[in-house]
Design a protein around this ligand. Structure first.
Ligand code: SAM
Length: 222
């Protein structure tokens, strides 16, 4: 007997005024397969952050790294951003699922393979002003490759910012060290639960942080 492990989860984001409408995103998940076929808690938190600051993200050019099921990027697309979703170029099943999820939500995002630390042609054309990454800091052996890619993208578009959510399992000393190494600095650090509505927070656990990172040479206004 074969059992299907594919499900569709619904993610709601509530409008807060008469003129606002709520949005809903459907995600195709596969619990038994890849990391990139599951909606991780970091992605729920990053998606909520984007939704709550939608006027900032609307009309921006967004690139999501390690997007997997892509909830943050899809919320950004739904509110009017121009979005490119990327994941490991060697994982066609993850990239195919990203295309299916865009189709399911009737959203027109670009989907492309982008492996961290690999300089394939598409990365040289990318000029996002916001780079997103939910739960992309989970395997320390990949941190350098990820920061190399982030640093390259920030230099290609010097006014851009990298916004990431991650599980803070052992303090972020390694992340701080790598930011210095790659010429980056943190301009905002938030507890991911500090802005999450209580009905969403009650379903999640752990210590998840959200950081905004820019080139250390950049002067910024908070
Ligand atoms: C823990 S999952 C997070 C997925 C999604 N962002 C979320 O939060 O639901 C990590 C993602 O990073 C991707 N990934 C891992 N190593 C990668 C690499 N070297 N280059 C690009 N993507 C990678 C995986 O395929 C996966 O989609």
């Amino acid at each position: 007997m074969t059992t299907t492990t594919t499900t569709i989860s619904q993610h709601e984001f509530d409008g807060d005024g008469d003129s606002e409408t709520s949005i809903s995103i459907s995600i195709i998940e596969n619990m038994k397969e890849e990391y990139g076929l599951f909606v991780w808690p970091c992605s729920l938190i990053l998606a909520e952050y984007i939704w709550q600051q939608r006027s900032r993200f609307r009309n921006s050019s967004i690139l999501e790294l390690g997007a997997g099921t892509s909830l943050p990027g899809l919320v950004a697309a739904k509110i009017g951003a121009n979005v490119t979703l990327t994941d490991d170029a060697t994982k066609p099943e993850v990239l195919d699922n990203m295309r299916s999820v865009c189709e399911l939500n009737k959203l027109n995002c670009n989907v492309t393979g982008l492996t961290w630390g690999v300089w394939d042609a598409p990365i040289f054309e990318m000029r996002p002003n916001i780079i997103l990454g939910a739960d992309v800091l989970y395997d320390s052996s990949a941190f350098d490759d990820l920061f190399a890619t982030v640093s390259f993208l920030l230099q290609s578009s010097p006014d851009s910012v990298f916004i990431t959510t991650y599980h803070n399992r052992s303090g972020h000393h390694l992340i701080e060290f790598l930011m210095v190494k790659w010429g980056l600095k943190c301009i905002k650090l938030l507890d991911g639960f500090s802005f999450l509505p209580s009905h969403k927070a009650s379903l999640l656990g752990g210590n998840i942080q959200l950081v905004e990172i820019v080139l250390s040479s950049k002067t910024h206004q908070l």
